[in-house]
Write a protein that binds this ligand. Structure first.
Ligand code: UN1
Length: 500
């Protein structure tokens, strides 16, 4: 193991500072345990200082014209384009996923910065007719105030950009706590925003584990908490925020499903399944952890998915021929491994995988073999619970209707897809799959930033990241009535008298 390559600090009120008690934590490469960096473990006191700094910066920032705020986001996007390759490589070392995917992660952040930068010249409200003469009625948006952003490790720069870019364009200031597993890339985002001209105090960054996040959630002067992560933590955040009636926006777990109908193009379907189930080592909220297959094509799809899974090469994500990187840490590895017994107890058939990969150098990292379960009962725990690893469950059904019913029968509702050539069935699926995202003839991953991202049921609390929908999270609506009649018009419409 080599020595730490860097020691970083919190960023509060425009200053780089250690945590108040000097506490730190280490960040390691999940593929080989190499020490990458040391970060401050932030205390309640640090969070309090960060919130105060964000509050102090709020008025100046909200009063900066939104197009100017947008220019800072555009500039940040341009800097990020120049550094895309370096950022992607650094992300692969910090988080594990392969370079093609980390490049995609950085690209999502670039896209989001441009998209939200453009919103600086839109942020549309409505102008509507008034009921009364000589009166104007319209709606506009107010920033919410101080936003606490708590982000996960699986998209270390994309998801922070999904939160920070809309928060900033709407005129909010931010206290940002990135995941303890991937603080480096989140720090890079903030550094780039600062280089692009973000004023001091507008974004404040505190590193740390759960208690640091809890201190943000419970701080009385935070107005909105935006969080992507597990459903359990989402519930805790909702309770923690309830006392002050804070706004809470949650993107939580998924148990996403691909339906393969009997008429599907099986080449497409198999490729879609393998990519959605095992890409990012299954560590996407959108990963396809269930595949519901028509009985007429079940055996063939199962055989081909297993064959493809067994051909995947595990290794360090920086190596050219690697298909699958490690999972993020020991805790996740243990959790994924625990589903082996759970699957067996539920009577499913392990078709491939189901264990750590430990050949050669792989033993130094958190590698888990791509795993396929067959003949899974739709009620089994491996078909109901989010595993967040390279594991998928194949379920056999006899009809389209049964496939839809099975697909909808979970407590989550993020992403779904169907492979079929029947246009009528495709439209029925779009209508009947009760998820926030549905794909036709594609896998369950690959959402684009210009549409709302989020889900139904246990996947969230009705909010969406991305698209114009995100603007509703980061603003309060304000209705404006402007009376230019020169009178106090006391009545509503029923009192009106007009000459015929
Ligand atoms: C996530 O896993 O939380 O749609 C985000 C996708 C990516 C984003 C995933 N664009 O798979």
């Amino acid at each position: 193991m080599t020595v730490a390559t860097a020691t970083y600090q919190n960023y509060i009120g425009g200053e780089w500072v250690d945590s108040s008690d000097g506490g730190t934590f280490e960040v390691k490469d999940p593929a080989n345990g190499e020490l990458l960096a040391v970060f401050p473990e932030s205390t309640k006191e640090d969070v309090d200082r960060a919130v105060k700094a964000a509050r102090a910066a709020f008025d100046k920032w909200r009063l900066m014209p939104a197009p100017h705020r947008g220019e800072i986001l555009f500039k940040a996007a341009e800097i990020m384009i120049e550094r895309k390759e370096d950022l992607a490589r650094e992300m692969t070392r910090e988080m594990g996923k392969v370079l093609a995917e980390t490049r995609g992660d950085v690209q999502e952040a670039i896209d989001m910065l441009y998209y939200m930068g453009g919103e600086g010249r839109r942020l549309f409200g409505e102008v509507v007719p008034s009921e009364l003469p000589d009166k104007m009625a319209l709606s506009t948006r107010l920033p919410v105030g101080v936003v606490g952003a708590i982000t996960p490790w699986n998209f270390p720069i994309a998801i922070p950009s999904w939160k920070l870019a809309p928060a900033l364009i709407c005129g909010n200031t931010v206290v940002f706590k990135p995941a303890e597993d991937t603080p480096i890339l989140s720090l890079r985002l903030v550094e780039i925003l600062l280089e692009a001209g973000l004023p001091k105090g507008v974004v404040n960054m505190v590193f740390g584990h759960g208690p640091t996040g809890a201190a943000i959630v419970e701080h009385p002067d935070v107005d909105l908490v935006t969080f992507t992560g597990s459903t359990d933590t989402g519930k805790k955040i909702t309770k923690g925020a309830a006392e002050d009636l804070k706004r809470v926006s949650l993107e939580l777990g998924g148990k996403n499903v691909i339906i393969v109908h009997e008429d599907a193009d099986l080449d497409l379907a198999v490729e879609g399944i393998v990519w959605s189930a095992f890409g990012t080592s299954g560590q996407r909220c959108t990963a396809a952890s269930r595949v519901v297959i028509h009985e007429k094509v079940y055996d063939e799809v199962a055989r081909r998915v297993v064959e493809a899974a067994e051909q995947m090469k595990l290794g360090h994500g920086l190596e050219d021929d690697t298909d699958l990187g490690p999972v993020i840490n020991q805790r996740q590895l243990d959790k994924i491994a625990s589903f082996r017994e759970i699957g067996e107890a539920d009577g499913a058939t392990l078709l491939t995988g189901g264990e750590r990969a430990t050949d050669g150098d792989l033993a130094d990292g958190f590698f888990y073999k791509p795993t396929v379960w067959g003949d899974v009962n739709p009620k089994a725990r491996i078909a109901q619970e989010e595993i967040f690893g390279p594991v998928t469950a194949l379920i056999k059904v006899g009809s389209f209707e049964e496939a839809i019913a099975v697909a909808n029968d979970t407590s989550y509702g993020l992403s779904s897809s169907i492979f079929t050539k029947d246009v009528n069935l495709a439209f029925k699926a779009m209508r009947d799959l009760y998820t926030g995202i549905t794909y036709i003839n594609a896998g369950t991953t690959g959402a684009e930033i210009q549409l709302p991202f989020g889900g139904t049921k246990g996947t969230g609390n009705g909010h969406r990241d991305a698209g114009t929908a995100a603007l509703d999270v980061y603003t309060e609506w304000k209705a404006l009535y402007i009376d230019f009649s020169g009178k106090i018009q006391k009545a509503q419409i029923d009192e009106l008298k007009f000459d015929a």
